[in-house]
Design a protein around this ligand. Structure first.
Ligand code: MG
Length: 200
Protein backbone atom coordinates (compact mmCIF):
# COMPACT_ATOMS: atom_id res chain seq x y z
CA UNK A 1 0.00 0.00 0.00
CA UNK A 2 1.23 3.48 -0.83
CA UNK A 3 1.96 5.88 1.96
CA UNK A 4 -1.12 8.02 2.22
CA UNK A 5 -0.74 11.54 0.98
CA UNK A 6 -2.65 13.62 3.45
CA UNK A 7 -2.61 16.93 1.64
CA UNK A 8 -6.03 18.32 0.82
CA UNK A 9 -7.41 17.90 -2.72
CA UNK A 10 -7.20 20.96 -4.92
CA UNK A 11 -10.47 22.80 -5.30
CA UNK A 12 -11.91 22.84 -8.84
CA UNK A 13 -12.92 25.84 -10.92
CA UNK A 14 -15.76 26.62 -8.54
CA UNK A 15 -13.32 26.62 -5.64
CA UNK A 16 -15.30 23.73 -4.25
CA UNK A 17 -13.76 20.55 -2.88
CA UNK A 18 -15.47 17.46 -4.13
CA UNK A 19 -15.65 13.82 -3.20
CA UNK A 20 -17.01 11.04 -5.37
CA UNK A 21 -18.87 8.21 -3.68
CA UNK A 22 -20.22 4.95 -5.05
CA UNK A 23 -23.69 4.05 -3.80
CA UNK A 24 -24.31 0.31 -3.25
CA UNK A 25 -21.93 -1.17 -0.69
CA UNK A 26 -20.80 2.28 0.50
CA UNK A 27 -23.87 4.36 1.36
CA UNK A 28 -26.33 1.45 1.47
CA UNK A 29 -25.98 -2.27 1.93
CA UNK A 30 -24.86 -3.96 -1.29
CA UNK A 31 -27.87 -5.79 -2.78
CA UNK A 32 -25.82 -8.76 -4.00
CA UNK A 33 -26.92 -12.14 -2.71
CA UNK A 34 -30.07 -11.27 -0.77
CA UNK A 35 -32.36 -9.32 -3.13
CA UNK A 36 -34.44 -10.79 -5.93
CA UNK A 37 -32.16 -9.61 -8.76
CA UNK A 38 -29.08 -8.55 -6.81
CA UNK A 39 -30.06 -4.91 -7.36
CA UNK A 40 -31.92 -2.39 -5.26
CA UNK A 41 -35.17 -2.48 -7.19
CA UNK A 42 -37.37 -1.00 -4.44
CA UNK A 43 -36.91 1.25 -1.44
CA UNK A 44 -37.58 -1.66 0.90
CA UNK A 45 -34.18 -3.07 -0.14
CA UNK A 46 -32.29 0.16 0.44
CA UNK A 47 -30.63 -0.02 3.86
CA UNK A 48 -28.26 2.72 4.90
CA UNK A 49 -24.96 1.41 6.21
CA UNK A 50 -24.38 2.53 9.76
CA UNK A 51 -22.70 5.93 9.84
CA UNK A 52 -22.97 6.66 6.12
CA UNK A 53 -25.48 9.50 6.43
CA UNK A 54 -23.44 11.12 9.18
CA UNK A 55 -20.31 10.78 7.03
CA UNK A 56 -21.98 12.74 4.21
CA UNK A 57 -23.02 15.42 6.71
CA UNK A 58 -19.46 15.69 8.03
CA UNK A 59 -18.10 16.12 4.52
CA UNK A 60 -20.63 18.85 3.76
CA UNK A 61 -19.77 20.68 6.97
CA UNK A 62 -16.11 20.58 5.98
CA UNK A 63 -17.09 22.22 2.67
CA UNK A 64 -17.18 19.22 0.33
CA UNK A 65 -19.64 18.54 -2.47
CA UNK A 66 -20.60 14.86 -2.34
CA UNK A 67 -21.27 13.31 -5.72
CA UNK A 68 -22.66 9.82 -6.16
CA UNK A 69 -21.46 7.76 -9.13
CA UNK A 70 -23.23 4.43 -9.47
CA UNK A 71 -23.64 1.59 -11.97
CA UNK A 72 -27.23 0.33 -12.15
CA UNK A 73 -27.20 -2.20 -14.97
CA UNK A 74 -30.39 -3.75 -13.60
CA UNK A 75 -32.29 -1.06 -15.52
CA UNK A 76 -30.85 -2.16 -18.87
CA UNK A 77 -31.48 -5.77 -17.88
CA UNK A 78 -35.14 -4.94 -17.31
CA UNK A 79 -35.26 -5.67 -13.57
CA UNK A 80 -36.48 -2.16 -12.70
CA UNK A 81 -37.37 1.00 -14.58
CA UNK A 82 -35.53 4.28 -14.78
CA UNK A 83 -38.47 5.82 -12.98
CA UNK A 84 -38.03 3.37 -10.16
CA UNK A 85 -34.34 4.18 -9.94
CA UNK A 86 -35.24 7.88 -9.87
CA UNK A 87 -37.72 7.29 -7.06
CA UNK A 88 -35.18 5.32 -5.00
CA UNK A 89 -32.63 8.08 -5.57
CA UNK A 90 -35.07 10.80 -4.47
CA UNK A 91 -35.86 8.91 -1.32
CA UNK A 92 -32.14 8.44 -0.56
CA UNK A 93 -31.52 12.17 -1.02
CA UNK A 94 -34.49 12.97 1.22
CA UNK A 95 -33.30 10.67 4.00
CA UNK A 96 -29.79 12.10 3.84
CA UNK A 97 -31.21 15.61 3.93
CA UNK A 98 -33.26 14.70 7.00
CA UNK A 99 -30.05 13.77 8.76
CA UNK A 100 -28.52 17.13 7.87
CA UNK A 101 -26.42 16.08 4.87
CA UNK A 102 -26.60 16.72 1.17
CA UNK A 103 -25.63 14.82 -1.97
CA UNK A 104 -24.87 17.55 -4.49
CA UNK A 105 -25.64 15.28 -7.45
CA UNK A 106 -26.13 11.59 -8.13
CA UNK A 107 -25.12 10.14 -11.49
CA UNK A 108 -26.23 6.70 -12.61
CA UNK A 109 -25.19 4.50 -15.50
CA UNK A 110 -28.17 2.32 -16.43
CA UNK A 111 -26.34 0.26 -19.06
CA UNK A 112 -24.84 -3.21 -19.01
CA UNK A 113 -21.52 -4.25 -20.57
CA UNK A 114 -23.13 -5.27 -23.87
CA UNK A 115 -24.53 -1.73 -24.31
CA UNK A 116 -20.95 -0.56 -24.75
CA UNK A 117 -21.64 2.87 -23.26
CA UNK A 118 -19.05 5.37 -22.11
CA UNK A 119 -20.43 5.79 -18.62
CA UNK A 120 -20.36 2.37 -16.98
CA UNK A 121 -17.56 2.18 -14.42
CA UNK A 122 -14.64 1.47 -14.79
CA UNK A 123 -15.21 4.01 -17.56
CA UNK A 124 -15.12 7.62 -16.51
CA UNK A 125 -18.08 9.07 -18.43
CA UNK A 126 -20.10 9.92 -15.33
CA UNK A 127 -17.14 11.55 -13.61
CA UNK A 128 -16.54 13.70 -16.69
CA UNK A 129 -20.21 14.59 -16.84
CA UNK A 130 -20.13 15.71 -13.21
CA UNK A 131 -17.05 17.82 -13.91
CA UNK A 132 -18.79 19.59 -16.77
CA UNK A 133 -22.13 20.01 -15.04
CA UNK A 134 -20.75 21.28 -11.75
CA UNK A 135 -17.61 23.07 -12.92
CA UNK A 136 -15.41 20.95 -10.68
CA UNK A 137 -12.15 19.06 -11.11
CA UNK A 138 -11.96 15.36 -10.30
CA UNK A 139 -8.17 15.13 -10.50
CA UNK A 140 -6.74 14.75 -7.02
CA UNK A 141 -10.16 14.29 -5.42
CA UNK A 142 -11.11 11.13 -3.55
CA UNK A 143 -13.23 8.36 -5.06
CA UNK A 144 -14.68 6.08 -2.39
CA UNK A 145 -16.06 2.74 -3.51
CA UNK A 146 -16.42 -0.91 -2.55
CA UNK A 147 -15.40 -2.61 -5.77
CA UNK A 148 -12.70 -2.98 -8.37
CA UNK A 149 -14.51 -0.85 -10.94
CA UNK A 150 -14.61 2.09 -8.53
CA UNK A 151 -10.86 1.92 -8.00
CA UNK A 152 -10.19 1.60 -11.72
CA UNK A 153 -12.50 4.47 -12.67
CA UNK A 154 -10.97 6.66 -9.97
CA UNK A 155 -7.42 5.91 -11.10
CA UNK A 156 -8.26 6.65 -14.73
CA UNK A 157 -9.61 10.04 -13.74
CA UNK A 158 -6.50 10.85 -11.71
CA UNK A 159 -8.23 10.53 -8.37
CA UNK A 160 -7.14 9.13 -5.04
CA UNK A 161 -8.96 5.89 -4.55
CA UNK A 162 -10.39 4.64 -1.30
CA UNK A 163 -11.78 1.14 -0.90
CA UNK A 164 -14.28 0.43 1.85
CA UNK A 165 -14.97 -3.09 3.06
CA UNK A 166 -18.74 -2.78 3.57
CA UNK A 167 -19.61 -4.13 0.13
CA UNK A 168 -18.34 -6.48 -2.55
CA UNK A 169 -14.68 -6.69 -1.57
CA UNK A 170 -12.77 -8.35 1.25
CA UNK A 171 -9.12 -7.67 2.09
CA UNK A 172 -8.31 -11.11 0.63
CA UNK A 173 -9.79 -10.21 -2.76
CA UNK A 174 -7.43 -7.28 -2.98
CA UNK A 175 -4.43 -9.54 -3.48
CA UNK A 176 -5.79 -10.53 -6.88
CA UNK A 177 -6.27 -6.97 -8.10
CA UNK A 178 -3.77 -5.50 -10.52
CA UNK A 179 -4.87 -1.97 -9.73
CA UNK A 180 -4.90 -1.34 -5.99
CA UNK A 181 -6.68 1.38 -4.05
CA UNK A 182 -4.58 4.07 -2.41
CA UNK A 183 -6.31 3.57 0.92
CA UNK A 184 -8.52 0.94 2.53
CA UNK A 185 -10.99 1.53 5.36
CA UNK A 186 -13.63 -0.46 7.15
CA UNK A 187 -16.46 1.81 6.04
CA UNK A 188 -17.39 5.25 4.75
CA UNK A 189 -17.41 6.69 8.23
CA UNK A 190 -13.78 5.70 8.88
CA UNK A 191 -12.70 6.86 5.43
CA UNK A 192 -14.26 10.27 5.96
CA UNK A 193 -12.76 10.66 9.42
CA UNK A 194 -9.35 10.03 7.88
CA UNK A 195 -9.92 12.41 4.97
CA UNK A 196 -11.05 15.17 7.31
CA UNK A 197 -8.38 14.58 9.94
CA UNK A 198 -5.76 17.31 10.17
CA UNK A 199 -2.58 16.68 8.17
CA UNK A 200 0.33 15.61 10.34
MG1 MG B 1 -20.67 -0.56 -5.04
Amino acid sequence: MKTPNRSRPEPGKTGKRVIFIDRDGVINKDPGGWTEYNYVTRWKDFHFIRGSKAAVRKLNRAGYYCIVISNQAGVSKGHYSENRLRAINSRMLKEIKKSGGKIRSAYYCIHQDSDNCGCRKPKTGLVRLAERNLGIAARGAYFIGDSRVDVEAGKKAGMRTVLVLTGKTSVKDLNKWKIKPDLVFKDLSEAVDFILSPSP
